[in-house]
Each structure stands twice: as C-alpha cells, then as structure tokens.
Write a protein that binds this ligand. Structure first.
Ligand code: SF4
Length: 447
C-alpha cells in the first residue's frame, strides 16, 4: 500500500488496510512479495499525479511476470480520471474513488473472482465510516487520525476536492467517540480530527445535531485523550465558540492550520474563497488575543491566473504580519474540472517559480525566527518514536506542532510518554535538545 497526498488519504489507507486484513491480507514492505498493490492517490497538483504514473511504470514488469498480481488505484486521481486511468495504465485491475474505502473488500473479491477491471467511482452520500467491527490490527501509535467529516461544499475555484470527494458529510458523534475509545485503548494519546473542511462539521446531515466546537468538548472528556488537534479548517467556518474552545479545553493544542491561499482580496475572490484578508486577519487577532502563543500555519498558492506582481507582494506582506510558523506553498497548476480551468493560466512558469522561491525564502526566515523563540526553553514532547539520527534518541511533537528530536532518558522513556525537553537548537521546522525530565506541567506544556 502506498499513499500520496493529505492526512485524509493516510487515514483512508489505514482503514483499507484494516478491512483487507479482515479478508486475509497482510501488509508487506517488499513489493515483490505482494499479491495486491494498492496506491491511494492525490490529484490536488499535477506533480502528485505524475508520481503515480511513474510508480505504475515501475510495477509493469512485476505484473508481466506475475499476472495474478492485483494492481489497484484508489483516491482522488481515480475519482477524477475513472476509465481514462485504464486507458493510460491498461494493466490495472481496479480503479476506485475515495467513497469506495468501505467497499474495498468487495472490490478485491470481485477481481479475485475474475472480474476486471473494476471501476467504482460512485459517491455514496449515505454511507460513512463505521467503527471497525473487529479490533484494530495494529497499534495506532501515540498520535492517531480520526475522520469526522468527508467532502467539501466550498468549491474554491482551484480545487478538485468537491469533485473527487463529494459533498460534506459529517459522521455521527457517537461513532467518532467509539472509534476514539478504541484508539485510546490501543495506546493512542493524541487524537487528530480530520476533514477537508473539518470545522464545517455538523452543518448538515447529522441525525443528532452537534456543532464542531461541541464535538471538541465531547472528545476532550474521553478518558485517556491527552492531546487534541484538528485539521484542516476554513476561515469562514471559524466561530467565536471555536475560539472559546481553545481557552476552555486544556488538551486542545495551541496550533492551528488555517489556509489563507493568498494575500490579495481580488485574487481571493477569483479563488472563490468567500473570505477577505480583513476577515482572516480579524480572526487571527481574535485568536491571538485569547491564545497569545498559538502557532499558526497555512497554505499558499502563488501565480494564480491574473495575479500581478503587486498582488503577489501582498501575500509576502500577509506572511510577515501573521508570522506563520510553517506553510504549505505551491505554484498554481490548473486542475481538471475546476472553475479556474476556464481562466487563462497566464503567469509564465519562470515567474511562478520565482514567486514560489520568494515565499519559500520568507517562510524559511519566519520559521527560523519562530524556532529561535524556543531556544533555552523547555517544551513538552509527546514521543512518537525512537531515532538514531544526528546523535538524538527520540522524536515527537510539542504542543505547537513542531517536530522535536532530543537525547537523554534512553533508559526511562518510550514512545507514548510525554517528556520535558530543553531546546538547544533549531533547524528548519525541527527543534533539537535534551531531556529535562518527564514531569508534566499542563497539557499544553505551558511553563
Ligand atoms: S475549502 Fe476550498 S481548498 Fe479546501 S477542500 Fe474545500 S474546495 Fe478545496
């Protein structure tokens, strides 16, 4: 199993692994040993698509030498391309969209019975994730993703998600709580609630109506959940109650990923983002006034159709103002089926790359400045794994969602523990330091 793209895809792959395990499949790290290769794909950018085609180019000789090997594509590229994928990769056995996750056993069974290629790209607006009937097959690790809403109703003009994942569908809270209890029983300490537009949770379709902030309060009461996060949010669905939740819920970590996409109102309108820069900055100010040390990250696209140099420079200004701790940064590429496809992609490649390099350089400086503020301080780290890189022993994350590597405590600590770490240096979005003690202060690690 190979996954491209976002955390939703990672969670979908985990879910398919669980279901396929129940059909008798076990994951192998060696593709030569596999009876089934499943690639969960992304179509948000052209580059992610090209990687998938190149991966299947490499798998062709395996299929030729073993015709029984089942090759399947799942996820957003499958949903977008459907039968066209079979034309391009004729040796595929199945092509299934994100809504087919729950049906993966049935699809593989059909291929095993000789049917093929199987194409399944229906949107099933009624079906959602159920909780696993059988126990989880593997330890989820200290940090676990939980899908709470799928799809998106926002229809930003550059984005394929509403076309590949369908309309928003929230999951009943009781199912979410039950899955979280299972994960905690298996050792998870941190829960990351997932959705393409996670804070639209509960806006429609729930039998038991519940707002997103109410769900957060509910999850925070589950025994054993020590840290809580959510991603990805939309500024227009950010309510005052959600800001208040940051103050009330001790285990809600002080980091927020809030995509802004660009710093100019005309481009935001063309992007159909439905918010202005003023709206976004007001939200940031409200948040900072209630949670002064909240770390903020974002998504930025440069070179959107028609973006002038001056409009691009407003993005640089916005980044300077907010001082994001990190950003996902991209040069615009036209995506199939999206409204922006109708607009002339008129920014030359070299200009897009130049703008991209400028925001990367600026973000690198902002990240460095944000990181230096931790030097000499102690941070609480949820240990995710051991490491031997750069003379360090453990790695994990602090409440602000910085990656932290540290040495010390080898005979006392293990993954899943929360350790206090004195930060000594920073490199990129990584803090490095030494174990101070594993004594706890507050869930957010405030001194
Ligand atoms: S909010 Fe916009 S960018 Fe985000 S998933 Fe929905 S359509 Fe795409």
């Amino acid at each position: 199993m190979e996954t491209f793209g976002c955390q939703m895809n990672v969670a979908d792959t985990d879910r398919m692994e669980l279901l396929l395990f129940q059909s008798g499949y076990l994951r192998t790290p060696h593709v030569e040993d596999a009876d089934l290769v499943l690639v969960n794909t992304c179509s948000i950018r052209d580059k992610a698509e090209q990687k998938v085609f190149s991966l299947f180019g490499g798998l062709k000789p395996l299929k030729q030498s073993n015709p029984d090997l089942i090759l399947g594509v799942a996820g957003c590229l499958a949903q977008q391309e459907q039968t066209a994928l079979i034309n391009r990769i004729p040796f595929l056995d199945f092509v299934v969209g994100p809504d087919a996750v729950e049906s993966i056993q049935h699809i593989v069974q059909r291929v095993n019975q000789g049917e093929g290629p199987v194409i399944w790209t229906e949107f099933d607006s009624h079906k959602n994730y159920s909780i696993p009937e059988q126990p989880l097959i593997k330890n989820p690790g200290p940090s676990a993703f939980v899908n709470i809403i799928k799809g998106c109703d926002k229809f930003c003009s550059f984005c394929v998600v509403p076309y590949t994942r369908g309309r928003e569908k929230s999951r009943e809270a009781e199912e979410i709580y039950a899955e979280i209890r299972q994960l905690v029983d298996k050792g998870a300490k941190e829960i990351i609630l997932l959705g393409q537009n996670v804070n639209a949770y509960g806006k429609r379709g729930l039998q038991q109506p519940l707002a997103f902030h109410e769900l957060l309060y509910g999850v925070s009461e589950i025994e054993g959940v020590e840290r809580l996060r959510f991603t990805t949010s939309h500024p227009m669905d950010f309510t005052p109650e959600l800001i208040q939740a940051y103050c009330d819920i001790d285990i809600l970590m002080n980091h927020l990923h809030l995509p802004v996409q660009c710093g100019n109102n005309r481009i935001l309108e063309l992007m159909r983002r439905s918010h202005t820069i003023e709206w976004y900055m007001d939200l940031i100010e409200q948040l900072k006034s209630k949670v002064p040390d909240i770390a903020l990250s974002t998504d930025i696209i440069v070179g959107f159709p028609g973006e002038t140099r001056e409009e691009f420079e407003e993005t640089l200004n916005l980044m300077e103002q907010v001082k994001f701790s990190s950003s996902y940064m991209f040069a615009y590429s036209p995506r199939p089926n999206t409204p922006a496809l109708e607009m002339a992609d008129d920014i030359p490649y070299e200009e897009k790359q130049d703008r991209l390099q400028q925001i990367i350089q600026l973000q690198n400086r902002l990240t460095k400045e944000n990181g230096q503020a931790f030097i000499g301080k102690e941070v609480e780290v949820l240990i995710e794994s051991t490491t031997s890189r750069k003379g360090m022993s453990f790695k994990g994350r602090n409440p602000h969602y910085w990656s932290v590597m540290f040495k010390g405590g080898e005979d006392r600590l293990k993954p899943g523990d929360v350790a206090r770490v004195r930060v000594e240096e920073t490199s990129g979005h990584v803090l490095r330091g030494s174990w101070a003690a594993n004594r706890r202060r507050s869930a957010r690690g405030e001194l």
